[in-house]
Design a protein around this ligand. Structure first.
Ligand code: ATR
Length: 286
C-alpha cells in the first residue's frame, strides 16, 4: 500500500489469530478514505499468549484509537478491559474496543449489525417467529438482536442440545418476558415447526469450509419465510442453497458484517461511514 499522509494518522486495527483473511481493513479503510479522515486501519496478528501484553501496550502507549477483536479473542479479551457494555455482557463477547474517558471499553456490535441486516430486508419482524441454528457466541449475538426487536418466538436448534439449553437459560434473565424454545436437530422434529417460522437463521460454522448443510424440511416453510446466514464467504452458503432451492428469500452475512463495522466506525470516529462504499470495497475484494 502506497499511502501518503499529511500528518501522522491515528491507528485502528483488527486483532486475531489467524488474521490475514480479515476483510475489516479493506472495508474500514475505504470508509475512512471516503470520509477524508486521517486514520489508518491495520490487521494485527495477536496470539492468545500475547493478548494481555497487547492490551497493556495499547493502554500505556495509546497506540490505537480503537480496535476490532476477532477469533479467538472475543471472550478472553474481556478480563483485560476496564469495562464492557451491557450488550457485551449479555452476549459474553467483545468485538469492538474503544476509549471512554481514558479507559478501554469493550462492546459488541454484531447484534446491532444483524438488526441492520434485518432492517435492510424491509419485511415485518416484530411479533414474528425465528428459528436459529447454532448455540455458540455468534448465536448469542443473534438471539440478543431478535429479543430486542420483539420477536415473539425464538426456537434454538443445536447439534449439542445442552449448549442451546444453557443459552436459553442465560437469556431468560436478560429478557424475562421472552421464551426461547430449544429443539433437537432432528428432521422429523423440525418438520412439525418449520411451517410456523418467519425467519431461519444459520449461526453455525457449517459452510465456512465447503461442507454441506444437513437436510432441512424447508418444503413445509411459508413462502414468505426468509433465510439468513451470518457467513458471507461463500456468498451463497450451503444453508442458503438449501433454502433457495425451496424458493425462500435469502440473505447472507454481508449486511451484518457491514452493519457491525459501521457501528464500530461511529464509536471510534464519531462519524457514520458510507456503507455503500464499504460494500463496494468488499465486493471488489471478492
Ligand atoms: P461461534 O462463536 O462463531 O458461534 P462456536 O462457539 O464454535 O463458534 O459455535 C459453533 C456452532 O456451530 C455451534 O453451535 C456448533 O454446534 P455444537 O454446539 O454442537 O458444537 C455448530 N456446528 C459446527 N459444526 C457443526 C456441524 N458439522 N453440525 C452441526 N453443528 C455444527
Amino acid at each position: 500500500m502506497n499511502r501518503v499522509f499529511s500528518a501522522v494518522p491515528k491507528l485502528l486495527a483488527v486483532i486475531g489469530d489467524p488474521i490475514s483473511h480479515s476483510l475489516s481493513p479493506v472495508m474500514h479503510q475505504a470508509a475512512i478514505d471516503a470520509a477524508g479522515l486521517n486514520y489508518l486501519y491495520i490487521a494485527c496478528h495477536v496470539t492468545p499468549r500475547k493478548l494481555a501484553t497487547f492490551v497493556q501496550t495499547v493502554r500505556s502507549e495509546r497506540s490505537l484509537a480503537g480496535f476490532n477483536v476477532t477469533l479467538p479473542h472475543k471472550e478472553k479479551i474481556i478480563r483485560h478491559l476496564d469495562g464492557i457494555t451491557d450488550v457485551a455482557r449479555a452476549i459474553g463477547a467483545v468485538n469492538t474496543v474503544y476509549w471512554k474517558q481514558d479507559k478501554l471499553w469493550g462492546t459488541n456490535t454484531d447484534s446491532l449489525g444483524f438488526q441492520q441486516a434485518l432492517l435492510a430486508l424491509k419485511q415485518p419482524y416484530k411479533g414474528k417467529a425465528a428459528c436459529v441454528f447454532g448455540a455458540g457466541g455468534a448465536s448469542r449475538a443473534i438471539v440478543y438482536a431478535l429479543e430486542e426487536f420483539g420477536f415473539s418466538r425464538i426456537i434454538l436448534v443445536n447439534r449439542t442440545v445442552k449448549k442451546a439449553r444453557a443459552l436459553a437459560h442465560a437469556f431468560a434473565s436478560y429478557f424475562p418476558k421472552s421464551h426461547v424454545d430449544v429443539l433437537p436437530w432432528e428432521f422429523s422434529v423440525l418438520q412439525n415447526v418449520f411451517s410456523e417460522i418467519d425467519y431461519f437463521i444459520n449461526t453455525t460454522s457449517i459452510g465456512l469450509s465447503g461442507d454441506s448443510f444437513p437436510r432441512l424440511p424447508f418444503k413445509v416453510a411459508k413462502p414468505s419465510a426468509v433465510a439468513c446466514d451470518i457467513i458471507y464467504r461463500p456468498a451463497r452458503t450451503p444453508f442458503l442453497q438449501l433454502a433457495h432451492r425451496h424458493g425462500l428469500r435469502c440473505q447472507n452475512g454481508m449486511p451484518m458484517f457491514i452493519g457491525q463495522g459501521a457501528m464500530a466506525f461511529k464509536l471510534w470516529t464519531g462519524k457514520s461511514p458510507d456503507v455503500q462504499i464499504m460494500e463496494e470495497a468488499l465486493q471488489a475484494d471478492f
